[in-house]
Ligand binder design. Structure first.
Ligand code: ADP
Ligand code: MG
Length: 243
């Protein structure tokens, strides 16, 4: 469902992504691990064209964009195919949980407002926040805010949800409830690409783990292969440190 070919990104002279190739199947849960500064966030951001690749081709659910020939329409279409869950939630602070989730239903998907609010309420129920729909982000715990963030990504109806360290900003007490919502999405066969340091979660939930370093995919495989029998020296070191 997702195909990335020869994806490169430079910031000035800094080569952050160095000709990345990979594919993701429908319903697959891919976890990306690797040291910080390795290009994991940049990779996710390029998939959504939040960051414009320096070169390379990205195809998601039939929408294909080559950075050399990308048009505004292609980029708009590609952006609709994925949705983002950010480390820092990035909710609208002046909107309630319900309004945050309804936003894209109204503006992107043109649902009538009353239908969008009903739909948003249903999604918030799925992430366990029925009681909190009229609260503003500042009135919610970190875990609740991030569950709104996930609900908002669900509402965006992307074929794939991209998670960039979704639990890294959370107090430890809120991590499990966010991971539980992600596990529930995994059971529903929601395609997901997840950058995380939660190795236990990766072992349990990922179909595939990608180890990245220095703008390259060093190694990828099942969680068992990557965590128990890594082939590459750098993977061994990283996984050994994180265990
Ligand atoms: P990771 O998510 O693996 O920690 P990032 O993708 O955030 O890595 O960053 C990879 C490299 O790209 C880092 O060296 C970072 O400083 C650089 N970088 C990321 N975003 C920008 C930007 N907007 N401008 C300049 N350099 C950037
Ligand atoms: Mg990052």
């Amino acid at each position: 469902m997702i195909r990335v070919q020869n994806l490169s990104k430079k910031f000035a002279d800094n080569i952050v992504l160095n000709g990345i190739d990979f594919e993701v199947e429908h319903g697959e849960i891919v976890v990306i691990i690797g040291p910080s500064g390795t290009g994991k966030s940049t990779l996710l951001r390029c998939l959504n064209y939040l960051e414009i690749p320096t070169s390379g081709m990205i195809e998601i659910a039939g929408v294909k964009v080559d950075s050399a020939t990308a048009t505004a329409t292609q980029i708009t279409n590609l952006r609709k195919k994925s949705s983002f869950v950010f480390q820092n939630y990035s909710l609208f602070s002046n909107k309630t949980a319900l309004q945050n989730v309804a936003e894209s239903l109204i503006t992107v998907w043109k649902e009538p407002k009353s239908a969008a609010l009903k739909h948003a309420e249903t999604i918030l129920r799925q992430v366990g926040l029925s009681e909190k729909i009229n609260q503003y982000p500042s009135q919610l715990s970190g875990g609740q805010q991030q569950r709104v963030g996930i609900a908002r990504a669900m509402a965006a109806k992307g074929e794939v949800i991209l998670f960039d360290e979704p639990t890294s900003s959370l107090d430890p007490e809120w991590v499990d409830e966010v991971l539980a919502v992600m596990k529930q999405l995994a059971v529903q066969k929601q395609t997901m690409i997840i950058v995380t340091h939660e190795m236990q979660f990766a072992r349990e939930v990922a179909n595939r783990v990608i180890f990245m370093e220095g703008g390259n995919i060093v190694e990828q495989g099942t969680p068992k292969q990557i965590f128990e029998n890594p082939q590459h020296q750098r993977t061994k070191e990283f996984v050994g440190r994180s265990a």
